[in-house]
Design a protein around this ligand. Sequence first.
Ligand code: PMP
Length: 432
Amino acid sequence: MQEKLKKSRQLYSEAEKVIPGGVNSPVRAFKSVGSTPVFIKRGQGALIEDVDGNTYLDYVGSWGPLVLGHRHPKVMEALHQCLEQGTSFGAPTELETELARIIVDALPAMDMVRLVNSGTEATMSAIRLARGYTGRDKIVKFEGCYHGHADFLLIKAGSGALTLGVPTSPGVPQSTAEHTITVPFNHLDILRKVFEETGQEIAAVIVEPVPGNMGVVPPLPGYLKGLRALTREYGAVLIIDEVMTGFRSAYGGAQVLFDIEPDLTCLGKIIGGGLPVGAYGGKREIMSQVAPSGPVYQAGTLSGNPLAVTAGIATLKILQEEGVYEELETKSAQLEKGLREAAGAAGLNLIFKRVGSMLCTFFTSDDVYDFETATRSNTEQYAHFFKLMLDKGVYLAPSQYEAAFMSLAHTKEHIERTIEAAYHSFAEVARL
Ligand code: PMP
């Protein structure tokens, strides 16, 4: 393994000298699996190749955007054509309206959308808008849900539902954290109690409809509808963060799958087809509060960047084709079934959670339905499994608390190869 990753190791030590932790986003550093990162050189379809010439089946897909796999020919062609025109103008282009139209048409609850550059910008702007619109300050988020790194969203839960927020990171002022209430996901009774006590002060509830940042934790039946009813009753804005699930759980997103009408939706990842993009949108009445049509300020020099928008349009057009989501479902179900059987055959009793093309293998035998149950997983076993899979040419997320993402580029043969590698890796983990 050491020899196989020689160049990656060298590049990492060079990177550490000039980039904090050697990476531009923490999870890439492989710290939670006690390893160092593989440096990637190129991708094609479901495969990535590292700087040492090793190839891997990629289940990270740039953390979700690459639902078509790497370098889909139609996306590449559109990008080449776009490049001929220029890279950024800071002025409106027809492309932006085209992408906005596609998004608005896909989401029944969305009348207008504003493009930004990342998921963080989308959630941060949506919260500001919800606060401006309601004139209230408090927000509710769920333990284990990640919505980017804006100060007021980087808050850890206290033990009780009404405990004031405790910042997860130094640099987040207590005065900011105290406006964020954190409650466990999938417990409507606790949320109801919060609303009964502080409902008139709550500007917004923000939720990942299928949390994918504590592993994958599907919502219990009726939970999201309950959220919708409660927020409506108290006049709080319901923000569904579909940065990960948007155009992945279904065409549009998880709100289409679960038939929920949010007030605002955040998007990212897939709508930029692998280039930096984010978006927030929703009801006209709320969105028209955004500058310059309204008083809530939000802006961006590179927002609506032509390259990002072009990759997004090309990707979403392919996702409109007949049978695409059925294919993703079939492939993902095959993988889940194979992994379950492989773990069983290797003598491991594990929990598998999947919604569409997002899948997680939890290294615990107890059911997982919230942050507390997710964190019962044996992360040492996961780390071991991760390294064995990597060595066998399967690139999984370098953390127990992330999703595996299936793409349309994964073939039956790729999936079989993954299951075979998993069987041998599970068997080694079982022998620990
Ligand atoms: N919301 C969710 C649900 C996410 O998964 C992420 C990132 N994985 C974000 C927001 C933040 O997006 P970005 O990393 O583009 O800022």
